[in-house]
Ligand binder design. Structure first.
Ligand SMILES: Cc1cc2nc3c(=O)[nH]c(=O)nc-3n(C[C@H](O)[C@H](O)[C@H](O)COP(=O)(O)OP(=O)(O)OC[C@H]3O[C@@H](n4cnc5c(N)ncnc54)[C@H](O)[C@@H]3O)c2cc1C
Length: 404
């Protein structure tokens, strides 16, 4: 790694371990060699990058935190976020493909799956042989994910699924879906269950690929379930406990999206620094002008704070310590930081920044989704507010009625 890049990308709250540094070096090398040359082209064509995703599987990037007993790399969550950051620094589509697959599919099977489910599904997912997708969002269950209308009705040895899921990342190429459905409508969120659904199950219908503002190479589709029969062995976790699975999954998923946003912000800062050092106007490089330097400095603090929050949340998760608030803080801040940094990077590039030929335009389009999926910024603020109010209640016991 060049000293320049080391300085730009390594200011964590703590020293990284040898393993974590090795992951960064390996993923950066891979992303620069294999992904950078196709990033522009797949943004234009909207093609899912099957060949590089296959290589990511071979490198262990599709199962980084999955124990090696289930075919994963057996590394920690900090290593995982470093990998997502490095992929996204070059191509945010690759970042979200790996992130949705790992955080939203490998994790719940690892944490809640039976041994048989882990042997059958997790081993293939962790090696990248199979790709996973996560089906929670519905037409009337977006920010309010508890409002699940998809139903799963027990019939003999099967559950019969009916309903429609929207915006499913990795939908087209997926082999395995983790699907949430209402098993007991009257119980609301306490009547939701999670299921592992195999691609090719009769009644599972994938829609057309959505055309999006950014992350073009990430395959997003609607998936409908029409009397799809799922064997009872594919219930993931306990019956009616699926909403807890979804929330625990999103806790880690949000750190993955924070890492994706961090990578985009880092890529934007690097592009802006590079251009500011090259472009000349008024017989000086534009990096000599205070207005440009201010944008670079503003970007630097956004990247540094995004990195601190993201690594801290991942580290807390590795320690098995509470991290609901920290995951939301990281996701909220990093995603807005990515948009701001990409915006400044365009400004530093002037008119060239607005051209599709220059990477910063793609970074800006790719950044925007981070403020929306896996809980919008408004939802992250709701989570953070609920957590700080809870902390405050513990620290300041209620006063007695006399006010003493
Ligand atoms: C490209 C892409 C990929 C995605 N991938 C997946 C996936 O793989 N799996 C999956 O299940 N889902 C996925 N999603 C769905 C995504 O998580 C949802 O779009 C997101 O959670 C928001 O839900 P919604 O679109 O229904 O918006 P809504 O919930 O309708 O929100 C609309 C607006 O209202 C605001 N709002 C809503 N409720 C409140 C409130 N109580 N207080 C204040 N403001 C509020 C929101 O913040 C937002 O600004 C993806 C979405 C996209 C665009």
């Amino acid at each position: 790694m060049s000293p320049e890049i080391e300085t730009l990308s390594a200011s964590p709250a703590f020293d990284l371990t040898e393993d974590q540094r090795a992951v960064r070096a390996m993923v950066r090398d891979f992303a620069e060699r294999e992904i950078r040359p196709i990033a522009m082209q797949i943004d234009e064509s909207h093609d899912f990058p099957a060949a590089t995703v296959k290589k990511m599987g071979e490198l262990g990037l599709m199962g980084l935190f999955v124990p090696d007993t289930y075919g994963g790399a057996g590394l920690d969550y900090v290593s995982y976020v470093i990998a997502i950051e490095e992929l996204s620094r070059v191509c945010a589509s690759h970042g979200v493909i790996a992130s949705a697959h790992s955080s939203l599919v490998c994790y719940p099977i690892l944490a809640y799956g039976t041994e048989a489910q882990k042997q059958k599904y997790l081993t293939r997912l962790a090696s990248g042989e199979w790709i996973g997708a996560y089906c929670l969002t519905e037409p009337n269950a977006g920010s309010n994910a508890a409002n699940q209308q998809t139903t799963a009705v027990r019939d003999g040895d099967d559950y019969v699924l009916n309903g429609t899921k929207l915006f499913v990342t990795n939908a087209g190429p997926s082999h395995v879906l983790v699907v949430y459905a209402s098993t007991e409508r009257a119980l609301g969120p306490k009547g939701i269950s999670a299921f592992i659904v195999e691609d090719g199950t009769p009644g599972v219908q994938k829609g057309k690929k959505e055309m999006k503002l950014g992350i073009h190479a990430s395959d997003t589709r609607e998936i409908a379930f029409v009397n799809a029969r799922i064997p009872k062995e594919n219930l993931l976790g306990e019956n009616n406990k699926g909403y807890s699975v979804a929330l625990a999954t999103l806790g880690g998923g949000r750190i993955g999206i924070a890492a994706q946003a961090l990578g985009i912000a880092q890529g934007a800062l690097e592009a802006a620094v590079r251009y500011a050092g090259e472009r000349k106007q008024f017989d000086r490089t534009i990096g000599e002008f205070d207005a440009i330097r201010a944008m670079l400095a503003d970007s630097a603090i956004e990247v540094a704070t995004a990195r601190l929050l993201t690594y801290q949340a991942a580290w807390l998760r590795d320690q098995g310590r509470p991290h609901v608030k920290e995951a939301s803080l990281a996701k909220w801040h990093s995603s807005e930081a990515a948009t701001r940094c990409a915006n400044w990077a365009i400004q530093v590039h002037g008119g060239y920044g607005y051209l599709a030929e220059f990477t910063v335009e793609r970074l800006w389009r790719d950044a925007r989704i981070c403020e929306i999926y896996e809980g919008t910024t408004e939802v992250q603020k709701m989570v953070v507010a609920a957590q700080v109010l809870k902390e405050q209640a513990v620290e300041t016991p209620a006063r007695s009625p006399s006010g003493s």
